[in-house]
Design a protein around this ligand. Structure first.
Ligand code: B12
Ligand code: SF4
Ligand code: SF4
Length: 244
């Protein structure tokens, strides 16, 4: 099985975007456990597009509709990752699906690995000033999942250049004044370079007190604000279409 076949399979499972990363590019990335990437030379990054009808009304706070959408898209991503793992294993490869949104450390706010770092290496998008991965077709209106594999026939994709430029929409919109409006060429070394991290964490963890119907640490304001996700008209995922 090659990249083209895998991407078609992923799209048939419900993915909107798929890219392949060479994990050698990710040397130095924080993982749990530390040797998580050992034996996995490729990482498949999968994106599912969020619905504009859900994201557009998020002006200052998350909505109950977004809370439900968040859970549903996470479930879909985990489902797609599982099915891709089965597909890879059927061809004799090793596969490890990483959950879309499982928190491992609630003090450090970390998981097994950063889906964003994988997506950036796989050419899904660039790391925006909001810290989010911005895809040229859908902006940051995509949620991500990763499957690690040793299937070397998957050809790695190339990272995209950062296109934030002088834009400050996410900085201006953030209700916690958490975004520092600092640009990067490829990725931020740590979260504090781009964010007043604690301000964002405080905002999203106070949801249950401020908004009793929101139980997850979500917000969505910086997702909504990005002009790359607000373009009108029909849009196709060039990444999947071009490669399949
Ligand atoms: C913990 C967590 C949070 C915490 C901490 C946020 C944070 N910025 O880390 C809280 C609860 C605050 C949070 C908030 C949000 N989150 Co959150 N969160 C996660 C989660 C579960 C783990 C992230 C993690 O482990 N971070 C640890 C640090 C070290 O990694 P990182 O910041 O992701 O990446 C760093 C490095 O990897 C480095 N990097 C990037 N590329 C490279 C390449 C190389 C070679 C190297 C060395 C480093 C490197 O850059 C980053 C900065 O240092 C991920 C899912 C996942 N497993 O990735 C979702 C995730 C990051 N969240 C997501 C989203 C959308 C949000 C929110 C918008 C909330 C919402 N859903 O409405 C906000 C946005 C806040 C913001 N502006 O960053 C999405 C992002 C999608 C996208 N398009 O980018 C993710 C990927 C979930 C998903 N499955 O899609 N989140
Ligand atoms: S998630 Fe909300 S609080 Fe955090 S950076 Fe984005 S807009 Fe600001
Ligand atoms: S709103 Fe502007 S600065 Fe923020 S991530 Fe999107 S393009 Fe970059």
């Amino acid at each position: 099985m090659n990249s083209k076949q895998l991407k078609k399979f992923a799209r048939d499972c419900g993915a909107d975007i798929v890219g392949v990363a060479d994990t050698e590019m990710l040397d130095g990335i924080q993982t749990e456990p530390k040797d998580l990437l050992k034996g996995y030379r490729r990482a498949v990054s999968i994106g599912v597009r969020l619905a504009d009808g859900v994201i557009d009304p998020i002006i200052h706070d998350p909505t109950p509709l977004y809370q439900q959408h968040y859970l549903k898209v996470n479930a879909l991503l985990d489902d797609i990752a599982l099915r891709i793992s089965q597909y890879l294993q059927a061809s004799g490869a090793k596969a490890l699906p990483i959950p879309a949104s499982q928190l491992l450390d609630k003090t450090e706010w970390t998981s097994y690995l950063s889906h964003k770092a994988i997506a950036i290496a796989a050419g899904i998008g660039w790391q925006g000033k909001s810290l989010l991965v911005v895809n040229p077709d859908f902006g940051p209106r995509v949620r991500l999942v990763t499957v690690l594999t040793d299937h070397l026939d998957l050809e790695p994709d190339k990272p995209l250049r950062n296109r934030c430029g002088k834009c400050s929409f996410c900085t201006d919109a953030c209700p916690a004044q958490a975004i520092k409006n600092v640009n990067t060429k490829s990725h931020y070394r740590d979260r504090n370079e781009a964010l007043h991290f604690e301000r964002c964490v405080t905002r999203v963890t106070q949801n249950p007190e401020r908004l009793p119907f929101i139980e997850s640490p979500i917000c969505g304001v910086c997702i909504r604000a990005c002009p790359w996700g607000r373009r009108k008209g029909p849009r196709k995922a060039t990444k999947v279409i071009r490669d399949t």
